[in-house]
Design a protein around this ligand. Structure first.
Ligand SMILES: [Zn+2]
Ligand SMILES: [Zn+2]
Length: 134
């Protein structure tokens, strides 16, 4: 299993490397993710700050601070791609969809979701075999 993963934005100006094992990988149904990203639920890989290094294009990144929550949405100023968001623990939360896109549509081994969390706060039901936790 690879221990580093490369991601980049749509215009390739921003490139980043993820290293090691993510702290969390799963589907998050909390209202914070919904509010920050305007998605029904989030396909999360969460990393410590030092597990994500920006290799190129740091100047292009905009760190949008949510007006009320301790979260940021970090995106490329040129193409608008969200590279990751941060949560109250300052983890780097990278969408599985972005990683998948950077690997020709296949999520690399070791990053797939293991569970749904905050499932009690969901707005959509998901019918899959993964454990559901509130
Ligand atoms: Zn870009
Ligand atoms: Zn969430």
């Amino acid at each position: 299993m690879a221990s580093t993963f490369q991601i980049e934005c749509d215009c390739s100006r921003v490139k980043a490397t993820l290293s090691g094992v993510p702290k969390v990988r799963g589907y998050c149904h909390c209202e914070d993710c919904r509010d920050l990203l305007k998605i029904p639920y989030h396909s999360v890989t969460a990393w410590e700050p030092d597990q994500l290094s920006i290799e190129q294009g740091e100047d292009e990144l905009i760190w949008f601070q949510h007006p009320t929550k301790r979260m940021k949405r970090v995106f490329c100023s040129q193409c608008g791609e969200t590279m990751f968001n941060t949560n109250a623990m300052d983890w780097r939360v990278v969408s599985q969809l972005l990683i998948r896109k950077c690997y020709d549509g296949d999520l690399p081994g070791g990053l797939e979701s293991k569970m749904h969390f905050f499932y009690g706060r969901r707005i959509v039901d998901v019918d899959d075999p993964l454990p559901k936790r509130d």
